[in-house]
Each structure stands twice: as structure tokens, then as C-alpha cells.
Design a protein. Structure first.
Length: 191
């Protein structure tokens, strides 16, 4: 259901300077979060850790290719019971589908505002997702490696990935909404 976040993280490694073409995603400084409306009255967030990822940067300063793997089995909503439920066959089936992936197809725009269209695979289903992204800044560290930060956002309908759980509360409100908001913050490092 919330794998997209992942998707996110998908976006976890967006545009970079033209000085170096290949970057790796720094999982310790990257966060893919998702938010879902609960009972039509509040919002609940969680995160899906990024396992690995790479980004290629073109001469325009935005990425030309992004590939990210997320750990669905480590989804974290700060509630042990809810996390156990999300990992179960009712949701992500992490014993069968322990990871999620995002691979970009097209990336257009400028470092200040670019669009990423890519394939998000989760729960055994691959569907396109569009993310709105921007560069947050870049710097060179003491080891002469370039770091670039990005943020990206998007939404998806979890049912598109077969995450159809749809129980309702008395009165008819969905316990967990179908629409999932993604918010990804990524740091990439030159290789």
C-alpha cells in the first residue's frame, strides 16, 4: 500500500552536477516517506528504507537515469502492530515481495524543477509513477566527493499495485485511504 514511498525513494537520487556522471544514493541520508489518511480525519506516515540506488547525471545538471531499491520488509510506521499488518499477506506480502524498485523512464526540466516518470514495482506489480523533484543543493566534502540533495513528491493509488485492503469504519469511512502521498528526500554521492 505505501510502497510507493518508496517510490519514492525512488526519487531517491535525483539531479546532480555535470562534473561527475555516476552517483550512488546515500541510504543514511535518504528518506522515502508515505502518508495515508486514516478514518478520513487524520494522516498517518511511515517510511520505507532505501537499500541501494544509483543516479546518472547529464550535462544539463539533472539526472538522466535513476534506479532505486527499497526494503519493503523494513517498512516503519512507528507502530509494531501496524507494521506487522503491513508486512502481512493483506498488504505487502514481504515474505514473497521483500523489496520494491523504481527505475526512471524519462526525466525533464531543470535542476530547480524537474519531472521524473518511472516504473515502480511493488507487491509484484509494475506501474508508472510521476514525481515532481528539485535540487536542494550540492557541495564537495573533504574527500573531494560531490554530494547533491534532492526532494521529490508524488501521489499514487495503492490499488494499482494490488493493495486493495478496503475495510471501513462504522459510518463508511475507509480505515486507510486508497491515495498515498509520497515525500522523498535524497542525498547522492559521486563514485
Amino acid at each position: 500500500m505505501f510502497r510507493p514511498l518508496i517510490a519514492a525513494a525512488l526519487v531517491a537520487g535525483l539531479a546532480v552536477p555535470a562534473l561527475a556522471a555516476d552517483y550512488g544514493i546515500d541510504p543514511n541520508h535518504t528518506q522515502a516517506t508515505f502518508t495515508v489518511t486514516h478514518l478520513a480525519i487524520s494522516r498517518v506516515s511511515g517510511k520505507v528504507p532505501v537499500s541501494t540506488g544509483s543516479v546518472a547525471i547529464g550535462s544539463t545538471g539533472i539526472p538522466t537515469a535513476i534506479s532505486v531499491t527499497f526494503s519493503a520488509k523494513d517498512i516503519d510506521t512507528q507502530s509494531a502492530d501496524r507494521d506487522k499488518d503491513l508486512r502481512s499477506p493483506d498488504w505487502f506480502e514481504v515474505d514473497k515481495y521483500p523489496t520494491m524498485t523504481f527505475v526512471s523512464k524519462t526525466i525533464t526540466g531543470t535542476p530547480q524543477a524537474f519531472s521524473i516518470v518511472g516504473d515502480l514495482t511493488m507487491h509484484g506489480v509494475t506501474k508508472p509513477v510521476t514525481l515532481a523533484a528539485k535540487e536542494l543543493g550540492k557541495m564537495t566534502d573533504a574527500r573531494n566527493r560531490t554530494h547533491v540533495g534532492y526532494s521529490a513528491t508524488g501521489t499514487l493509488d495503492r490499488r494499482d499495485w494490488g493493495l486493495n485492503w478496503g475495510k471501513t469504519a462504522p459510518g463508511g469511512s475507509l480505515i486507510a485511504a486508497y491515495e498515498v502521498a509520497l515525500d522523498i528526500n535524497v542525498e547522492i554521492v559521486s563514485k
